[in-house]
Design a protein around this ligand. Structure first.
Ligand SMILES: C[S@@+](CC[C@H](N)C(=O)[O-])C[C@H]1O[C@@H](n2cnc3c(N)ncnc32)[C@H](O)[C@@H]1O
Length: 225
């Protein structure tokens, strides 16, 4: 197994943010919403927290699929939020999606506690992964639905190269570089399981869902521990 190599937490470069916001993530992001619905089939109502929301593509797709919810997104990178303006403009769910600047763990979801927390591709950016699980415990309501999707670190350098070639061959250079760095920065399912155990969330499930993704989901305990 290759060692973890963290990348910068925040995506602060305007060129990087623009390329990310303009990339076509329809398949993985619709897949995120589909996978959430398979795990939690009941309707989602009320406020939803999306930490590390970036330009808000997942927030918008989630809100479009769940017309009775509102999504509060938080991100520490102004460039990523600004790049999201174009995605929000004219989107049918935009009036129910509220993206705000805030760096975790200091920033809090404005309507905590949340009964639903979604999070895509934040975990691998965090130098201390415990930050995500602490934020979820702090801002989630007892019994809250939690659904996290992230990259998982490949076994070898050769597999990193193969994944970049297979999934980002036609992407702009800045996105290919970011994808490669992100694969190096990602956690393994076993590491994620250890992170959950450290915060008393060992009941959460960690599942490998593709050659590069894992999902982590569960309900927060009914009583705060
Ligand atoms: C790969 S992007 C994912 C964006 C979005 N969730 C998506 O799926 O498109 C990761 C985002 O997390 C943000 N981020 C990383 N560390 C953060 C922190 N400590 N607090 C707030 N945002 C953070 C970055 O700025 C970046 O926008």
């Amino acid at each position: 197994m290759i060692p973890r190599r963290p990348e910068p937490e925040l995506m602060l470069e305007p060129g990087q943010a623009r390329a990310y916001a303009e990339a076509d993530f329809a398949q993985p992001h619709e897949g995120f919403v589909d996978a959430f619905t398979e795990v939690f089939p009941e309707p989602v109502r009320g406020p939803v927290l999306d930490p590390g929301c970036g330009p808000g593509d997942v927030s918008l797709r989630f809100a479009a699929r769940h017309p009775d919810c509102e999504v509060d997104g938080l991100d520490g990178a102004p460039a990523m939020l600004a790049a999201g303006d174009a995605l929000c403009a004219g989107h049918p769910a935009a009036d129910r999606v509220h993206l705000a600047e805030g760096c975790l763990p200091d920033a809090r979801g404005p309507r905590a506690p949340y009964a639903t927390i979604i999070c895509n591709s934040l975990l691998h950016h965090l130098h201390d992964p415990g930050v995500l699980w602490q934020v979820i415990r702090r801002d989630g309501a007892p019994g809250a639905r939690v659904f996290v999707m992230d990259l998982r670190r490949p076994d070898s350098e050769a597999e990193v190269k193969r994944l970049v070639a297979e999934h980002a061959a036609d992407a702009p250079e800045v996105l290919r570089r970011d994808f490669e760095h992100s694969l190096h920065a990602a956690f393994t399912p076993e590491e994620a399981q250890g992170q959950l155990a450290a915060v008393g969330l060992e009941g959460f499930r960690v599942r490998v869902t593709s050659d590069r993704h894992m999902v982590i989901h569960g309900r927060l305990p009914e009583r705060r521990g």
